[in-house]
Design a protein around this ligand. Sequence first.
Ligand code: ARG
Ligand code: ASP
Length: 746
Amino acid sequence: MFPQKYNIMRKIFFPVLLSFLLPFTALAGEGMWLPFLIGQLNEADMQALGMKMSAEDIYSVNKGSLKDAIVHFNGGCTSSIISPQGLLLTNHHCGFSAIQSHSTLQNNYLQDGFWAKKQSDELRNDHLVATFIDRIEDVTQEILAGVTDKMTTKQRQNKIAQNIKAFKKAYAKKKYEEILIKPFFKGNQYILFVTITYTDVRLVGAPPSAIGKFGADTDNWEWPRHSGDFSLFRIYANKDNLPADYSPDNQPLRPKHYLPVSLDGVETGDFTLVYGFPGRTDEYLPSFAVKQIQDVIDPARIEIRDHALKIMDKAMRADPAIRLQYASKYARIANYWKKWIGERTGLKKTHAVAKKEKIEAEFIQKLAQKPQLAQKYGDLLDEMDGKYQEIEFLAVYREYFHELFFRNIEIFKPANSLRRFLAKANQENYQPLASDTKKSLERFYKDYQVGVDREVFKSLMQLFTDNVCTAYFPDYLLANRYLEGYDTEQMATEFYDKSIFAHPEKLYQLIDEKKTDEIKKDPTYRLFVDIIDAYRTKLTPEYNGIKAPLDSMQRQYMAALMEVLPEKKFYPDANGTMRVSYGQVEGYQPKDGVQYLPKTYLSGVIAKYVPGDYEFDLPQRLLDLYEAKDYGRYAENGRLPVNFLGSNHTTGGNSGSPVIDAYGNIIGLNFDRVWEGTMSDLNYDRSICRNIMVDIRYVIWIMDKYAGAQRLVDEIKFVHPKAGQKSRKPWDEKHPKKKKRRHRWW
Ligand code: ARG
Ligand code: ASP
């Protein structure tokens, strides 16, 4: 607190002091940094927060480093290597479909969990890949060579595409390496990633869903949390330790690095580092764009999903069979529905629009002092504002198309499968294509209730006809009187009751008998074809006509911000590439008068237990272990830690990311964020943005005590860095010669 007598001084000095401190203090916790630039940008900041490693320990091209243990898991999640035998740790929700694919009613691994007793029991997955990053380089010069400010967007795109092609052709890489070049800072910078992808990734272990998904939708995006959201895989390689498709001769990968597991636990204030592959953020939008998301786009999305979810929920409550069929679909739709609601609340609560307006005011003020830049960028924000206004209704319609026809109304999924099938099928390939199509249709219909979908259709079509301008309607709707009175029951009769897509047996028969003309005559098929057509020919060209110049303005605005406010540290938006976030273990204040502590324990899991409930049931064995307080070396003052909170900047894609301590050991597993802070994708705010992690001790306790997976526990290297036990880098052990060089590990 500021003592009273300094009041006047405070008035004079505080703003000055603040303007010095702001760029720096505001950043602790904020940012998703490129690992190869940490030495330049973050090392000092991280060490000030308590990190004992050097930037070289985090990312190095010359020697093993943490980066060699970080693995992109099937392109969408993150995972990490935690043993010298390629054992891979990720979330349960990231491994979910792999676990599901091996589950049957007899062997229900989703429900009961799965633990491979020996290596030969580990289960092969044909469509699962694990990608390492070998090296990262800035290739902006090469990719932007010959690109000028005078070029049109199209010319610029063409030149860049040409340069990328030439670069890739000339770049010397090994046979098993791949090259990825991605735009950063809205296309002002280009970065190269050389990747190595392994294709033999086997399922090793998973807890029952009652542990891995404990709390399901009710707890999703919420704190306090009590989930054991983890699963285990293993990467296999050929005899040269290189990527190879599945073969019984493949051997467990010998990784360049694996993460030791710290059993020392976490306390408030401890340094944390999250290493992973965040998917997408938009931190440099102007105020009016954020306002548009907050007041127009998010509400539209939320309203659409509100309708769909209400109908599903009612049906699921009334019938346990439907509950089973719709659980996973419901979870998927509810996930982002809930996120957007939290995002809006958080944006408002942290005055995100006003905050961006302040940055813009500062930008304009600084601009005025630099006539040359003022000439170049002076009108930029006004022009962007105009474009955002122009694009608004089209952006909303786009949400309608995506949400209704490609997501929430289910009957268009089989219609789409048939559309693709009929587009590809010819005399020769008809049979095999038909059999593939039927297989995917069968998977779809297994969890389909036409009655539920029919209600969703009616409800959402009412929204569509009420809110979308007829100029963008599919022709089939226009041509068939549906505009007169918008009778959704009449539509449902035609598109459900009279459609073959509501009668799979009939559909299969038509496929078998090659009666493709009859399929093409189906009203739902015809409607869907026209939906695609309306999307492609009516909506998209108009939308892109505004979006393309807007993107180019956004790129200029980004460059301008960096040029005009050089004292600020900028980090690039997430784009699915490898990043480092860092912060501390800490709780937060979700609302006035409420303080959240940063750690939860097994007693909290038990307190939420509802026998037989589909979200909060628990396996008997967990209850027994709790009764016996059998926590072994994983306990903390007689309690078993479960989840914890931190101020690390994360987003979708960071799930499964290892949480690393000050010394380079794994202490947790990232899996979610708190509800109030989901607006971190647009406006990170240290006060309420928190990521949620599983305590690594809970993970290992379940492997060890719950599952008895001793052989896996034995692979892991355990350390006690806080107690002073030296956790040496595994690469030092493998290269004893190098040991003389005496790296300081902390
Ligand atoms: N909210 C987390 C994420 O965005 C977890 C989602 C999985 N869990 C669920 N109940 N849907 O991915
Ligand atoms: N749950 C998210 C994921 O699956 C992480 C997040 O959005 O915080 O990647």
